[in-house]
Design a protein. Structure first.
Lengths: 213, 687
């Protein structure tokens, strides 16, 4: 089972690159939804079956794969954006940076003092790589929606790490994480709404106007 | 009477402070402590209903009602705790927070500081109803009422806390409530500046307290207060603890080099808040120092002398500053510095006494210190409330624009006079009693003991007292006597009863305390005995060497004499016809009010004498010829330490940090990049 989980993790990292390299909103949202579904399947592969686990899997797939992407899609439709037009750093440089960070994640994971049973799998490097990709999206994109996606990817990275650490995944921790995510999305939604109303655009670089002189 | 009640709460430690506090309060059977705790809780919640009541005024009335009940309950129980002198009332809230169980208890020392706190809180709450009515100040009244209750509760918690972190939490609530109270009138630029200076000063003090409690934890391995007299003063860390206590608590007490926030804060706050700050909050700083010193088996030799010198400098320069002020509340604030200086002189004498094992000196010093704390908490609120009434009547704080108010405010004037007499230490009021103990301590014991230098305290106190008399003659004379110097003063009106009643109560207490000095002594001796670990024989010796009984007789006869003369005078004036003319008319045909002595001119000699302490800026014309043209003359006192030293230093620091401000540019993405870079650096760190 471990090798299959590793393959899924490689898929997660590849999806990171899809998001880093694409300018189309719809594609990004779909990619993050697929990533969410893949992550939802992962706990089922690493831990032995239980109804509790099944419930969690369903919950994660529902939240990360369906509800949140739907909400973002809705926001995109309302704000009528198709593309991230002018990112701070171009797509090709972003991809290259993403590659560098993913490599560094592997190097870093090698050096971490991990428990021996965690050394074999790709969990740690995948987690760090996803986290870094999320950060990269957050820093390079201008549109608030892209930032929400970056935030989601970041959260996914943390989620992978959590998979590693919680042996039986107490339901409280999981529910807490999901709730946190949902609240985050809601907050972002409200922020987007207000930014777009205030500046008639959801370009976050306009927030500069709020700076105190 | 002595037992601990512990209350264990096994909910994760998520419950709030007040809840557990109340829950524990119901379990304890010690009614005195429960009374104090209930009073604290009542003060804390007094402002809450007002936040939800839309209709203006009701919230304030409810809060005042709660405060009065809390004050009665708190004062009663605190006085009883002081008098019984039992020190073990207390209990523990064993919550699961990192700093360990939270302990509260009240020994005579705590209760001694709580008594004036509860009394002043109740009186000032009543005063606020008329002074800051909700109808006239719909925007700020709710905030004022809420934070007023919170300030009282937080100050009481500081005094009751027996754990460093709990004390710090209460301390911060106190400091911030005071900030919000002080900035009630937040649109005024002066108030903004005063608030800013206060906030910076108080947080520098809090920083010192953080160091203090961290060091204390380092030595005792717990945030709970160490057992009294358990630490050795020879440890290296003892010096750090005591110096940080002096800085942190001393900044709040307003001791001389750290007093910078005090005059402007007291001047710009609403008057009842100034009364609370001056009458009570400064004392909380003194309490902190006294409490910290009690952890050590013996105060180090330098500490007593340092506190004594600080006290001397504060007393002298405080009153010198006060003599030059033109703003009524600023003057009172500067005189608070002086009074805190006297308190510190007493404390310094006591510590020297304890350190050199001269128990009688310790007893005299500590008694003087504590009595003066109580006295100051009676007459200073009286004066500040009186100042509020005057400001309410005339609409200005400038004493040179007042005058002749004794005719227009016939009830305020005697009350303010009582406060002024008390603060000058004149009979038959209470101000002198505390100083009497200091004088006796300095004379009796200092000369016979190996510390003859201590006798110099006596002339210092006499000098301070003399300048205080000049200052308050200036204050009272300029405000109440003569003829009005401005139309506002001419049309002043008497304040309502809700303002007069608290002032009368304070004045009554001043009179009672002045005539029955034994009452004050009874309040203070249990705390003195338990703090300095003095045997009853020493206390008896001290009491027998102070002629309080003849003092009572003297004061009482003086009071009767004054009353008799007053009665005789009024009856005489009814009989005789009397001519009315402008006061200080000097025989001119048509004198104007501007020909009177102003407060500034009256005190000019005193302020010239203290030129090194008080910097005064004058800008006037040079007169030439027999008939010089009309000209302007300006006179202002400057805050030398703040304006000349601190503000330039802070400006330089601000300039240095302006480079750092460029990092705050409003670009969200770059902010994210900062986080990213930090994360990256942390990941690469030594791996």
């Amino acid at each position: 089972m471990g090798s299959f989980a590793d393959q899924l993790l490689v898929l997660v990292m590849l999806i990171n690159f899809v998001m880093l390299g694409s300018s189309r909103m719809a594609l990004c949202i779909r990619a993050v939804a697929v990533q969410g579904v893949v992550l939802g399947l992962l706990p089922g592969l690493v831990h032995p079956f239980s109804w509790h686990l099944a419930g969690i899997t369903c919950g994660i797939i529902l939240a990360k794969g369906i509800v949140i992407p739907y909400l973002i899609n809705d926001a995109v439709r309302k704000a009528q954006i198709r593309r991230e037009i002018e990112p701070f750093i171009g797509y090709v440089p972003t991809l290259i940076l993403g590659a560098i960070f993913t490599t560094l994640a592997f190097v870093f994971a090698e050096k971490l003092p991990l428990a021996p049973e965690h050394r074999e799998l790709l969990f740690v490097p995948a987690s760090i790589a996803t986290l870094m990709s999320g950060f990269l999206i957050l820093t390079t994109r201008k549109k608030a929606i892209s930032q929400v996606i970056g935030y989601l990817v970041l959260e996914n990275g943390i989620f992978i790490f959590g998979l590693l650490l919680t042996e039986a995944m107490p339901v409280m921790v999981e529910a807490g994480a999901l709730l946190d995510l949902l609240v985050g999305i809601f907050v972002m939604g409200i922020v987007i709404n207000h930014i777009s109303r205030e500046f008639s655009s959801i370009d976050t670089s306009r927030l500069r106007a709020l700076k105190e002189e | 009477m002595s037992y601990d009640t512990s209350f264990h709460s096994d909910i994760y430690g998520m419950h709030t402070h007040t809840e557990s506090f109340m829950a524990a309060g119901w379990q304890t059977t010690d009614y005195l402590f429960a009374g104090m705790v209930a009073s604290v809780v009542l003060f804390g919640i007094s402002g809450l209903p007002g936040l939800f009541i839309k209709k203006p005024g009701w919230g304030q009335l409810i809060a005042t009602g709660i405060c009065v009940i809390a004050a009665l309950l708190g004062t009663g129980t605190a006085v009883q705790t002081v008098v019984t002198g039992s020190s073990t009332a207390g209990y523990l809230i064993d919550w699961h927070l990192p700093f360990g169980p939270c302990e509260f208890s009240a020994d005579p020392l705590s209760a001694l500081f709580l008594t004036p706190l509860f009394l002043a809180s109740g009186c000032c709450a009543v005063y606020a109803v008329a002074y800051w009515p909700a109808r006239e100040h719909p925007g700020s009244e709710k905030k004022l009422t809420f934070f007023f209750g919170l300030l009282s509760a937080a100050m009481a918690l500081v005094v009751l806390a027996r754990n460093g972190v709990v004390l710090l939490i209460a301390w911060e609530i106190m400091a911030l409530s005071a900030f919000f109270l002080l900035t009630t009138d937040q649109r005024d630029p002066d108030v903004q500046r005063a608030g800013m200076v206060y906030l910076i000063a108080t947080h520098i003090g809090t920083m010192a307290l953080f160091i203090l409690f961290a060091m204390l934890r380092g030595t005792t391995a717990s945030f709970a207060f160490p057992v009294p007299h358990s630490l050795s003063p020879d440890l290296g860390v003892a010096t750090v603890i005591l110096v940080t206590a002096l800085i942190g608590f001393g900044a709040k007490a307003g001791i001389m080099p750290l007093h910078i926030w005090l005059p402007s804060a007291h001047a710009n706050a609403p008057s009842h808040v100034s009364a609370m700050m001056s009458g009570v909050m400064l004392k909380i700083g003194v309490y902190g120092i006294i409490r910290t010193v009690s952890f050590f088996s013996l105060p180090p030799a330098w500490l007593g002398w340092l506190i004594l010198c600080l006290g001397g400098v504060s007393a002298l320069s405080g009153i010198a500053l006060a003599s030059a002020q033109r703003d009524i509340k600023r003057l009172l604030a500067c005189s608070s510095i002086e009074n805190i200086g006297i308190v510190f002189i007493g404390l310094g004498m006591a510590l020297i006494g304890i350190q050199t094992n001269t128990p009688l000196l310790a007893a005299f010093g500590l008694t003087g210190c504590f009595i003066h704390i109580l006295n100051h908490a009676l007459f200073k609120p009286l004066l500040f409330l009186g100042a509020g009434a005057i400001i309410h009547a005339t609409g200005t704080r400038e004493i040179d624009r007042m005058g002749g108010l004794s005719r227009r405010l016939p009830r305020t004037a005697p009350l303010f006079l009582a406060g002024s007499l008390a603060i000058c230490g004149l009979p038959p009021l209470n101000g002198f009693i505390g100083e009497l103990f200091l004088y006796l301590g300095a004379f009796n014991d200092a000369i016979s003991s190996p510390l003859p230098a201590l006798a110099l305290v006596a002339p210092l106190l006499a000098l301070v007292g003399g300048i205080a008399v000049i200052t308050f003659i200036k204050l009272f004379g300029t405000i109440f006597l003569g003829s009005p110097r401005s139309p506002e003063a001419a049309h002043a009106h008497e304040p309502p009863l809700a303002m007069l009643a608290p002032m009368s109560l304070f004045a009554l207490f001043c009179l009672i305390a002045g005539i029955c000095g034994q009452l004050l002594l009874r309040l203070v001796t249990p705390a003195v005995a338990s703090y300095a670990q003095l045997p009853p024989a020493i206390i008896d010796r001290m009491e027998s060497s102070v002629p309080l009984a003849s003092f009572t007789l003297l004061n009482l006869s003086l009071l009767l004499l004054i009353l008799a003369i007053g009665l005789f005078y009024t009856r005489q004036t009814v009989k005789l016809p009397c001519a009315t003319a402008a006061t200080w008319g000097c025989g001119y045909l048509a004198p104007t009010a501007r020909m009177q002595y102003t407060g500034t001119s009256f005190a000019e000699m005193a302020s010239n004498l203290f030129a090194p302490f008080v910097t005064v800026s004058r800008s006037g014309p040079s007169l030439s010829g027999p008939l010089p043209a009309a000209a302007r003359f300006c006179y202002a006192t400057t805050e030398s330490i703040l304006d000349r030293v601190l503000i330039p230093v802070f400006q330089a620091i601000g300039l240095a940090f302006s480079y750092l401000r460029r990092m705050q540019h409003g670009q969200m993405h770059l902010y994210m990049l900062y986080i990213f870079a930090t994360l990256f650096v942390l990941m690469m760190w030594r791996h």
